[in-house]
Design a protein around this ligand. Sequence first.
Ligand code: FRU
Length: 473
Amino acid sequence: MNALTRDLIKLVDMTEEMMKEKEQKEGVDYREKLHLMPPVGWLNDPNGLCQLNGIYHTFFQYSPFNAEGGVKMWGHYTSKDMIDWEYQGVKLYPDQPFDCHGVYSGSTFIEDGKMYVYYTGNVKLEDGDFDYINTGREANTVLVISEDGKTFGPKKELMRNVDYPSDLTCHVRDPKVWKEGDTYYMIQGARTKEDVGQALIFESKDKINWKFRSRVESEKPFGYMWECPDYFEVDGTKILSASVQGLEGGVWDDRNVYQSGYFLINGSILEDYKLSEYMLWDYGFDYYAPQSFETEDGRRIHISWMGMPDCEEYTNLTIAEGWQHCFTFPREVFVEDGKVRQRPVRELQKRKTFVDKSTGMLKKDGYKVYDVNISGIQNNEFRTVIDEELILEYKNGRFEMHFTSQDKNSVSAGRGMRYVDVDKISSVEILVDKSSVEVFVNNGEYVFTTRFYPQKDSLTVEAAGAEIMMEEI
Ligand code: FRU
């Protein structure tokens, strides 16, 4: 361990300790019950998600010193059931010449009972003619191995800017690794010098020596940068997920500044592929940079940052409390009736206590963490009002999430409206936590996620003729 690592450990420990004392003294308003948050400061992407010997591991982009972001390190949580998580401290610090401006996003590949953690070491070069896009940074691909998820071996730099194709800017990052036959493949996000977003594929026979193999691109340019690409197969469907920056015009103008969605892959991602149209993972306000992993019992789990980078439209009232952002509740991705769907992991079922059941309308006062299931919606009519100001509504062929006020100090903290066109609505599941809502429409065909800041703690669900069931978590 070098002197810098020792200093960073001390500083992070002190900052987390001070936050704990402050929260004990002053109490907390918006801390979530079910969702992962940073102990203090800022959290963004989920990283290195995996299950090893029965234990789930979630790392996260962590910037403890400032609730509005800063240099990134990897914080770590573990869990036995994806519901109760235990904070394990920071595992990767920005303490080497090749990652000194951030241990950026990456993933874990498990083999022979070991965690192979790949990430991007970010280095900002502030020389004379600083050009942030083309020459101003190093995006180093780094490997670090852990035998138990507790301690990590030395970091090894595997690739540098010169190892990536020369028509790219220095925006290459976020490695994710999988294996086919006896070959390992790594996908990374990239931005070309012509400002086109795409994914790169590298291959290796030993997980250490990698060479560039091919690219995945859309027929027409689609955004200027693809971040956090992820490739996996679920129920026989091949999915390429990417967080895309730079989509503009038409429907994109009604959406978030950046998008997270997926292409279905027809053929092989390695050659002769055809990409479907891009579909969004989530239609709400706060959702970016999801990552997936496979559980030991073969389920594909998806966790996302419940937040949005570079967002000026709206904010989060937790900044005043000294922290910002959380993760989505872990979701199972599955394909049914030809559609990619998401639902909260089944472990949630064991934690629920029945509260109330009704037909047509259900009202509740007093704050709780709820899972509300509305089934058998018959007349295509649905409306939910949460805390009097957050409205979920199906009307004129649109499912809408909107806030009555867009004031930055209101329940919405500046959020307005998001929608998706839906032919018919049959079921809605709403997961309400202390300061977030996740809404699963039509058995997870469409999902809406948002942070919000309740003042009144009331919930009214109306669905003509449908059955509404409320459970507390
Ligand atoms: C996505 C992202 C990644 C990067 C990380 C840095 O939100 O920009 O591309 O690795 O965040 O925190």
